[in-house]
Design a protein around this ligand. Structure first.
Ligand code: KG4
Ligand code: ZN
Length: 350
């Protein structure tokens, strides 16, 4: 019998032990969960420092770092959970979106584990994984809810109608919000990863610089769409023009004004979506969800408007493997298992 013939009709467990692997960017992450909500191990080996001197992630360096780290991260996860591979019921892995070479390391490793231990192999969308992090944060959370998806690659207001039906109400028409944070960081001379450094600098600044509003009144698309490219360019032009004129520029004010412009619109549109749908729960997902200004502003607004807010810990907003286990568990229940011809995809449609 072939590997997949043996797997596809396997008896499902109520609370399977899932090992999740995430290698889409610069974090080699391996986690183990019981069912979809209880984290029993969670390891991350980051290659961020290796990329810092280049100002951004270098795909080839990321792939090599994953190759070196993936076995160690897995061994560490098993050790910290006090489990062996014999205890694992399924292997979930990020199939995309992300850097192809980096993804391939995780996918190949996951295939090898699934084949060797005769386990279901569950391909997981990184984007759905980010959204599923909310289930780890609130063990009672059930759809429907609205989620702000704000990462380095995606920016969207998503309507989670059920565990499986995710509708995009609006998304960015150009850059992602995290990408804008990273580019602004660069022009301000801050190190990669830019987002947390812009946040740190913004703490000493004032929201005093007027920046353009995104998507003017003539915009024909969804009212939940975003555009970050104009904002990013305005900040870059502001900094370059000040530098050329030899003016003293207050970087903290630039960071603070940018942060307000980039984040306030996420909050506005999320609450508009809550009103539009009548939903009463808002979740946050993706790396920018770790931003303190966003978290504080959302907490306050949710309180005033009587909205339940689900804020995953910062660690579960940025890339991690527990979120891959959480989404992997949902796919496990549908028996969305893959054969060993699974390939990585640089782009996935959700
Ligand atoms: O979700 P994530 O870890 O990876 C992707 O799937 O893209 O998101 C990474 C993005 C980066 O652009 C990073 O600068 C941004 O999230 N980010 C932040 C913060 N922490 C991470 N942006 C603003 N404030 C932060 N504290
Ligand atoms: Zn991510």
């Amino acid at each position: 019998m072939s590997y997949f013939d043996g797997i596809k009709n396997i008896a499902l467990k109520e609370e399977p032990i899932i090992l999740g692997i995430e290698t889409s960017c610069d974090e080699t992450a391996v986690a183990i969960t019981k069912g979809g909500r209880e984290i029993i191990a969670d390891e991350i080996i980051s290659s961020a420092l290796e990329h810092a001197r280049f100002g951004g992630v270098v795909p080839e360096i990321a792939s090599r770092a994953h190759t070196e780290a993936v076995l160690t991260a897995t061994e560490n996860a098993l050790k910290s959970a006090n489990l062996t591979m014999e205890d694992i019921d399924a292997v979930a892995v990020t199939k995309g979106a992300g850097l192809l070479g980096a993804l391939l390391v995780g996918v190949s490793f996951a295939k090898a584990l699934a084949f060797s231990y005769n386990l279901p192999l569950i391909p997981v969308s990184h984007i759905r994984g980010h959204i599923a992090a909310a289930y780890l944060a609130d063990k009672t959370l059930k759809p429907p809810f609205i989620t702000i998806l704000a990462s380095g690659g995606h920016t969207a207001i998503v309507k989670a109608e059920s565990f499986y039906d995710l509708k995009v109400l609006g998304s960015t028409v150009d850059d992602a919000v995290g990408e804008a944070f990273d580019k602004v960081a660069r022009v301000l001379g801050l190190k990669y990863p830019g987002g947390p450094n812009v946040e740190r600098l913004a703490k000493d600044g004032k929201n005093s610089i007027k920046l353009p509003k995104m998507l003017g009144n003539n915009y024909q698309g969804s009212e939940f769409d975003f555009s970050y490219s104009g904002l990013k360019t305005a900040v870059i032009n502001y900094v370059n023009s000040a530098t050329q004129k030899g003016e003293v520029m207050n970087g903290a004010d630039v960071a603070c004004s940018f942060q307000h412009a980039a984040i306030d619109v996420l909050i506005e549109k999320a609450f508009k979506a809550l009103k539009f749908t009548g939903y009463k729960t808002l979740a946050v997902s993706g790396g920018v969800g770790a931003n303190g200004y966003l978290r504080d502003a959302l907490t306050e607004r949710a309180k005033t408007e009587g909205i339940k807010l689900v804020l995953p810990e910062k660690r579960y907003c940025t890339d991690n493997a527990a979120m891959i286990c959480a989404e992997g568990y949902l796919q496990y229940r549908l028996r969305n298992f893959s054969d060993l011809d699974l390939n990585a995809q640089a782009v996935v449609e959700f």
